[in-house]
Design a protein around this ligand. Structure first.
Ligand code: AMP
Ligand code: MG
Length: 500
């Protein structure tokens, strides 16, 4: 039994239940966070803390110390995870948590296990030349975008807290330092498997695969070939995830294999951004010079990354190498169909179709082609179409999404003709469409404005407002209508930076 005293002790705020720390020693390096001079709590995500069964009051009181790494909560087993990865196609056999420290795991109220990780908590054995720190801007960006993804219903790591450190970090300029606390189903990446495979450490790959099956895919333990089934299950989750990204115009920006989870959550919100006007070639990341990670390339890169995962699993899939390759190839090929099925299902929903007809793909493609030619805003076009589904008076607003509004008439006629064969009441259709076509996404210019106010003048009010608006992306929120608008030409943000 915990006494009152014990309960009020500074650090007893997390009911830790650590499992990764029990894996073989070569999986990680034990590492405590490096203290900072003047921690200040910017934000604590109280609803999330509650879902995780954390002691919210203790966190309100000691959050600055805990989330900066100055106070190690009782029961933590802090460590830096080892991983490798292909970055922009080139392989690095050792990456690892160079500035992130896993505090430990908790089992949430929903019975699921979560990692709690500090990002920017100081150097680790994997830091190479890095300082182990994070700057305030990227911390706020990750906070905003990961929470927006969650509210949109897209699997993603979450933001538990953000603190400033009171210390400068040195990038191209001197910036305020910060630490981000991330919550993830786990931080195991494709690159974690690659770390062991690259060393020929098949026992390591097997121990990791068994751990992942236990933690993320327990139902596969009974499968005839659990490792092949694991590969298939990860492919399925990634196909579903990347389809969801495309449905909301999300561009991850650094889909390196070390930034792809095996749990199926979006992770590492560096130079990621949401597209304003529709163009499949859109790239924001300043370091993605060849558009490897452009909007429309994401499904294919997902497949490329999965092939790298498959390679690591070959010795477990079948002792006969040719047999293993054949089996893995079936999964890799099936990924294309899996992705296409998820994508088309979501696109049908976006244009309000409950049923399926052969011509639906063409109807969707015709709209996208028109949007591209007419530089239509991706988010607004679908939101206005949702309005139009319930109210014909909304047609001029929909047409206004296109540079030449009159060009939308022909597609609308095709759409209405198709709807005449789709059994749904107009009000039901409009409601269904409003629930999949957001009014609010984290628009780049808004994100940048919020970051700039915080970094330049310590003003976090825009950050707070943005979080509030983005928490209900599918509601109209008339008071915040301006947040739904695309940027004015002078507000447009064309490039984003990793900030590492
Ligand atoms: P990321 O771009 O955040 O996905 O990180 C890629 C790799 O670089 C990972 O191994 C990180 O741990 C490492 N890294 C990024 N920034 C830093 C930093 N400031 N200090 C040390 N390592 C870093
Ligand atoms: Mg990363």
């Amino acid at each position: 039994m915990t006494s009152v005293l014990e309960k009020n002790r500074p650090g007893a705020a997390f009911p830790f239940d650590n499992s990764y720390a029990g894996l073989p020693q070569r999986f990680f390096a034990p590492q405590t966070p490096t203290p900072v001079t003047e921690p200040w709590l910017i934000k604590l995500n109280e609803p999330l803390a509650q879902e995780l069964g954390l002691d919210v009051e203790a966190l309100r009181r000691d959050g600055a110390a805990i989330f900066s790494g100055n106070l190690l909560p009782e029961g933590a087993a802090p460590l830096a995870m080892a991983y490798a990865g292909h970055q922009f196609g080139g392989f690095s056999p050792v990456l690892g948590d160079g500035r992130a420290i896993l505090l430990g795991e908790v089992v949430g109220r929903n019975g699921r296990r979560y990692d709690i990780q500090l990002k920017g908590a100081g150097q680790t054995p994997f830091s190479r030349r890095g300082d182990g720190r994070a700057a305030l801007g990227p911390v706020l960006r990750e906070y905003i975008i990961s929470e927006a993804m969650f509210a949109l219903g897209i699997p993603a790591t979450r933001a538990l807290a953000a603190v400033t450190t009171g210390e400068p970090v040195y990038r191209e300029e001197v910036l305020p330092g910060a630490v981000f606390t991330r919550v993830a189903a786990s931080h195991i990446r494709v690159g974690t498997f690659q770390f062991f495979a690259a060393r020929g450490d098949t026992d390591g790959v097997r121990a990791l695969a068994d751990y992942v099956i236990d933690r993320h895919y327990p139902e596969l333990k009974e499968a005839e070939n659990p490792y092949l089934a694991l590969f298939e299950a990860v492919s399925e989750r990634q196909a579903a995830l990347i389809a969801r990204w495309l449905h909301v115009g999300f561009i991850h920006g650094v889909m390196n294999t070390d930034n792809m989870t095996v749990s199926g959550e979006t992770i590492d919100f560096g130079p990621c951004a949401f597209m304003d006007s529709y163009n499949p070639a859109t790239v924001f990341s300043s370091i993605d010079q060849h558009g490897r990670y452009a909007y429309a390339n994401q499904p294919a890169i997902g497949q490329w990354n999965l092939a790298r995962l498959g390679e690591t699993l070959l010795p477990l899939i079948d002792p006969d190498q040719d047999g293993a390759v054949d089996k893995a190839n079936v999964v890799i090929r099936a990924y294309g169909e899996r992705f296409q099925a998820h994508w088309l299902k979501g696109m049908r929903a976006k244009i309000g179709l409950a049923g399926e007809e052969d011509g639906d793909l063409e109807l969707v493609q015709a709209l996208l082609a028109l949007m591209q030619a007419q530089t239509a805003d991706f988010t607004l076009t679908f939101r206005r179409l949702s309005d139009l589904a319930g109210d014909n008076a909304a047609e001029p607003a929909f047409a206004a999404s296109f540079r030449e509004p009159e060009t939308s008439g022909e597609w609308l006629a095709r759409w209405r003709e198709r709807l005449s064969r789709d059994q749904q009441a107009a009000t039901d259709r409009a409601a269904a469409m409003h629930s999949v076509n957001p009014a609010f996404i984290p628009r780049n210019h808004r994100v940048e404005q919020a970051i700039e106010a915080a970094v330049e003048s310590g003003d976090f009010s825009l950050f707070e407002t943005l979080l509030e608006v983005l928490a209900k992306p599918y509601d109209d929120q008339p008071d915040f209508a301006a947040y739904g608008e695309p940027p004015q030409p002078h507000e447009r943000v064309l490039a984003t930076f990793c900030g590492t």
